[in-house]
Ligand binder design. Structure first.
Ligand code: HEM
Length: 129
């Protein structure tokens, strides 16, 4: 390929709410299809949870105020253990890498890894391995 030509399909960065809507939708499709993680969401009301997750990522990635909540508490007493976070991160990174690339896409991955490590550490401390 001529090195000055753009490839036919270039992935874009996450720049707008629409991009986050797509990210969240595709990510939870993967979660629902994953036999390890799906059971944690057995009682989830998706009409409530998906908009919450979108608001969360608008706040983290686009600096849009709106999301409030103690996200650590949402994960305690559910039996979530360190290996579950590895699978969660794997699916999240896969969703980003299949659809986006750029500075904000990288920020999303780093932020998710940071929070997963924090949750995993705190849950292990309080609920055991
Ligand atoms: C093994 C990994 C994880 C599991 C199994 C898990 C599971 C859950 C569940 C079951 C809920 C509650 C959904 C409901 O309303 O029924 C929830 C909420 C939430 N999770 Fe996770 N989660 C995981 C990792 C993460 C990570 C790494 C992040 C952040 C990057 C995250 C962000 C959130 C947020 C923002 C909420 C919404 C809290 C609220 O509505 O106030 N989760 N999660």
């Amino acid at each position: 390929m001529n090195k000055f030509k753009q490839p036919f399909f270039m992935k874009k960065d996450i720049n707008a709410e629409n991009d986050i809507d797509l990210l969240v939708t595709l990510f939870y499709e993967k979660i629902k299809a994953n036999t390890t993680l799906a059971p944690f969401f057995a009682n989830t009301n998706w009409e409530h949870h998906l908009p919450r997750m979108k608001e969360f990522w608008y706040f983290i990635l686009l600096d849009k105020p709106g999301f409030r909540g103690n996200i650590y508490d949402s994960h305690s007493n559910r039996g979530i253990k360190a290996p579950h976070f590895d699978t969660w991160i794997e699916l999240f990174c896969e969703t980003i890498n299949e659809n986006f690339e750029g500075e904000i896409a990288t920020k999303a991955i780093n932020k998710a890894k940071e929070l997963a490590m924090l949750f995993s550490w705190k849950l292990t401390e309080t609920e055991g391995k």
